[in-house]
Design a protein around this ligand. Structure first.
Ligand code: ADE
Ligand code: ZN
Length: 338
């Protein structure tokens, strides 16, 4: 802690933590995209200075489709996976559950298993070089059909790839309407096969989306979930069941959920007994990193070291890391000093 009461960037880098809400689709470097687009003879969608400027979630999701379309080879996927682990190390993040949504990756349609294997090669090489471990959360898109969802889950169950830790659902709930019932069967099958479940809700849906995530999809964890704050009964449901939220402050500000960090509900939720962690969502596209997200919340809400430690502990407990990784991170966390 500095004399003026603020924490240095280095002390937040050194805070032992996990990240539980981050998309590989949100980790492209602009230089990589420019190089791949040039090689493919594909025009850039907008000028360099505005490449990562988004008006809305729909706008950002459309960009993801374009960017992922350039990742056309196994080597490029492995390079992205390795680069993601480098990013974790730079942030001082000891483990991440990384969301990957096969629907965004046009060159890999019908080849999800190969997509997972190519990424796995990058994560394995990174771990061999001492970089942090990663579990994959394979995601459905909210606009997919119930049959497509069941097909993906049946494949994940048949493949049993050790890198895959969870089923996820992301995308734009505002465009898809209420889709909890549509995905209930896929999530039921995932649970029965021992896959963990993480659900985007309470970002482009209101508190009713969060309730559906809990009651219809059996979510172990909710990505965002912040709009639960609009219904006290949903807040109580999360608190009573101990269902953690993977909150992404900068993402919510950039995509215009809240006008300022002071208006963001993360601290109200935490004080109401909801387990919250801090995350980046799409760090490269949103020009953020994990220490910066902790710094933003801590400065806005005056979080003490003990609160920082609690939030970091929630990130580790809420992750789908194995017991050894969790124990190692929690012991390092007990020794952390800002
Ligand atoms: N995919 C990538 N980022 C997302 C977000 N913030 N919400 C829903 N789907 C996403
Ligand atoms: Zn997300």
């Amino acid at each position: 802690m500095r004399k003026d009461g603020t924490r240095s960037g280095e002390s937040l880098q050194a805070l032992p933590k996990a990240e539980v809400h981050v998309h590989l689709e949100g980790c492209f470097e602009s230089a990589t995209l420019e190089s791949w687009a040039r090689q493919a003879g594909v025009p850039m969608p907008r000028p360099h200075e505005r490449l990562f400027s988004f008006e809305s979630l729909a706008d950002m999701l459309e960009f993801l489709d374009w960017a992922c379309g350039l990742a056309s080879t196994r080597d490029r996927l492995a390079e992205l996976a390795y680069g993601f682990c480098r990013r974790l190390a730079a942030d001082g993040t000891g483990y991440a559950d990384l969301i990957i949504n096969p629907k965004h990756w046009a060159p890999w349609q019908g080849r999800t298993r190969e997509l997972i294997e190519a990424l796995d090669a990058g994560f394995t090489a990174a771990a061999q070089d001492g970089l942090p471990p990663v579990g994959l959360c394979v995601s459905l898109l909210r606009t997919q059909s119930s049959d497509e969802a069941v097909e993906l889950v049946e494949n994940l169950i048949a493949w049993r790839h050790p890198r895959v830790v969870a089923l996820s659902v992301d995308g734009n709930e505002a465009a898809a309407g209420r889709t909890g019932p549509r995905f209930a069967e896929a999530f039921r099958r995932a649970a029965a096969a021992g896959l963990r479940r993480t659900v985007h809700a309470g970002e482009s849906s209101g508190p009713e989306g969060v309730r559906d995530a809990v009651e219809l999809l059996g979510a172990d964890r909710i990505d965002h979930g912040v709009r639960a704050v609009e219904d006290d009964r949903v807040v109580a449901l999360l608190a009573e069941r101990g269902i953690p939220l993977g909150v992404c402050p900068t993402s919510n500000l950039t995509l215009k959920l809240y006008p300022s960090i002071e208006a963001h509900p993360i601290d109200r939720l935490r004080k109401a007994g909801v387990r919250v962690s801090v995350n980046t969502d799409d760090p490269s596209l949103l020009a953020t990193n994990l220490p910066a997200e902790y710094e933003l919340a801590a400065a806005a809400f005056g979080w003490s070291d003990e609160i920082m430690r609690d939030v970091a502990r929630t990130s580790i407990d809420a992750s789908f890391a194995n017991a050894d990784v969790k124990a190692h991170l929690k012991s390092a966390l007990a020794d952390w000093q800002s």
